[in-house]
Design a protein around this ligand. Sequence first.
Ligand code: FAD
Length: 285
Amino acid sequence: MQDNEDAPVTHAKVVVVGAGPAGSATALHLAQLGIDDVVIVDLHDFPRDKTCGSGLSPRAITTLQELKIWDSIEPLTYPITDLRIVTRDGHEALVSAGEKAAAAICLRRDLDFEIHERSLEAGVKFLPGFAASEPIVRGDRWIGIKARDGREVRAEWVVVANGAHSTLSTATGPKRMIHAIMGWWEGVDYRPHTVEMIWDDLTLPYYGWLFPETETRVNIGITYQDDHKLKNARRIFRAFLAKHYRDRLEGATQLGKWKGHPIVYSYRLGHLWTPGGWWSARLDA
Ligand SMILES: Cc1cc2nc3c(=O)[nH]c(=O)nc-3n(C[C@H](O)[C@H](O)[C@H](O)COP(=O)(O)OP(=O)(O)OC[C@H]3O[C@@H](n4cnc5c(N)ncnc54)[C@H](O)[C@@H]3O)c2cc1C
């Protein structure tokens, strides 16, 4: 923590930490509810990249519709109508939602920027380059958030939405760890508007996927449990690709390097809010 007595203090009704989809959607919704003093902070300025399969589920689309921003996001998406499922025994099923897209692929750079921009249009104030490091606490209540450079935002509500690796998490008990690794290819033969989900002993209880991002580009990835960081992501991914995509990757062009990310999660949340004149809400991604 930098000791900087001259660092500015911002006052707000609500401060949201993290401007990913969870934080920006929360800030936007608060503004739509008429709360005109919402500040959102993030390490980064926007647009920024985030490694992700970029799949928007039907429920995610419904949420974006409820936020009244789907109309501006939909043109940025690749629509998905069908799902190819492969079981661990190698059985296959193709499920179709009909002609109307039920899901979509939207690059996170575009999705996150769009939600963020709509929140700013709605009156949310944004502080980029704000590395939130610790809560400002009075008694048992959070009354704000402090950045590493000494800046502060003091607020009646603190919403924490800074992703899976948040050091501000209040989750209790041991956390679980899954790992995801993925890559991007041009020229893979795939069924248009169809996502593929493949269950395999290599990844159980999780799965591998192929998501088409455009008419010519797909991302392929896997997610598997790895609580103790004992597994080799690249080795498992190589085996998965050889088993399920060897033929279709022949002649395809890989774009960039594979990207891997551990994802820490817990179903045992800590206190989500504290009662009293000042409130804090902490969301675990
Ligand atoms: C390889 C991979 C593939 C995935 N595929 C899919 C998919 O296809 N579909 C799907 O729905 N989900 C997918 N996910 C999960 C999805 O990415 C997350 O659930 C989602 O990003 C969570 O959103 P969030 O807003 O909670 O956090 P994030 O998107 O992580 O955003 C958190 C924000 O907080 C900021 N931040 C972090 N620390 C600080 C700090 N100290 N101070 C200030 N700001 C901070 C970050 O800069 C970031 O902008 C995937 C994840 C991975 C790793």
